[in-house]
Design a protein around this ligand. Structure first.
Ligand code: HEC
Ligand code: HEC
Length: 233
């Protein structure tokens, strides 16, 4: 009895200590701050992922490791801490996940749950298929609504060519769906893209937002946060 108890105790302790082993740190790959940066230069894994077929049912299971932050319906958090992901283009999900896995988009908080040590290539394809198949929840956080005319003017002048009249983006070009995204997430990303801390950014977009003030960013993000796409794709 006593011996069996000690064995199980030591097994338990071993399991406990391996569970508490520090997760690998996110690698760091060259990004927009590096000379010679090429936007959407695909890693080997990303090129493979773009050819693979994901399975929605398996993706739903693999997504369980993500839903603590992004929520079971993938709507994220209204305060913008976690983006809404439902209905995003498969290509965009694959690119963003690849960039986090390779270390071109810094996300030390998410990396322990999305790195190659926990999620394999097939699971990334499956999760992307699952998320893309979900209907956008349509209850995202909106901006204050105080400067929408200016937001619309800025959007039509500077953003519509890539992000589209309804915020639908462009799957073939890796332009994200921004319709239905939380206002405060949109603001944070535009600032990060303008200031260079989102290191996987598109240089053409950086040029467009380079001179945007905080109030320009608030206005355009507010306008974007009010776009929505139909639930059926
Ligand atoms: C610990 C919380 C956490 C977990 C778990 C997590 N994420 Fe995230 N995720 C984040 C945060 C925070 C961001 C936004 C980072 C930023 O502001 O740039 C994000 C961003 C993303 C984005 C980019 C969205 C966009 O619009 O560009 C994708 C895609 C994503 N997560 C997918 C996943 C998947 C798939 C998993 C599971 C394998 C996962 N996340 C697990 C916190 C998390
Ligand atoms: C040349 C095309 C282009 C133009 C013009 C452009 N963007 Fe983007 N935008 C992109 C691409 C591509 C991404 C994703 C970058 C990446 O690969 O990580 C992006 C990402 C974003 C994101 C983050 C979305 C997410 O899910 O994380 C926001 C918000 C955004 N753009 C807003 C704007 C606004 C506002 C404007 C106009 C002021 C604008 N963009 C103009 C191409 C463009």
């Amino acid at each position: 009895m006593k011996k069996a108890f000690l064995i199980s105790l030591s097994l338990g302790l071993a399991a406990l200590s391996s569970a508490h082993a520090a997760p690998p740190r996110q690698p760091r790959a060259p990004g927009i701050e590096s000379p010679g940066y090429v936007w959407e230069a695909q890693s080997e894994e990303e090129a493979l992922l773009l050819k693979m077929k994901g399975d929605v049912a398996r993706g739903k299971i693999a997504y369980q490791g993500c839903q603590g932050c992004h929520k079971p319906d993938a709507s994220g958090l209204p305060d913008g801490t976690y983006p809404q992901l439902a209905g995003q283009h498969i290509t965009v999900l694959i690119k963003q996940l690849s960039d986090v896995r390779e270390g071109r988009r810094d996300n030390p908080k998410m990396f322990p749950f999305a790195g190659k040590h926990v999620v394999d290539t097939q699971e990334v394809a499956d999760i992307a298929a699952f998320l893309s198949s979900l209907p956008p929840p349509g209850h995202n956080d909106k901006g204050p609504g105080s400067d929408l005319a200016r937001g619309k003017a800025l959007y039509e002048q500077d953003c519509v060519s890539c992000h589209g009249g309804r915020g639908e983006g462009n799957a073939g070009k890796f332009y994200p769906v921004t319709a239905g995204q939380h206002y405060r997430y949109l603001v944070r990303q535009i600032v990060a893209i303008r200031d260079g801390s989102r290191r996987n950014a598109n240089p053409k977009m950086v040029r467009v937002v380079k001179d945007y003030s905080t109030s320009d960013i608030g206005a355009v993000a507010d306008y974007m946060s009010r776009m929505s796409l139909p639930a059926e794709k």
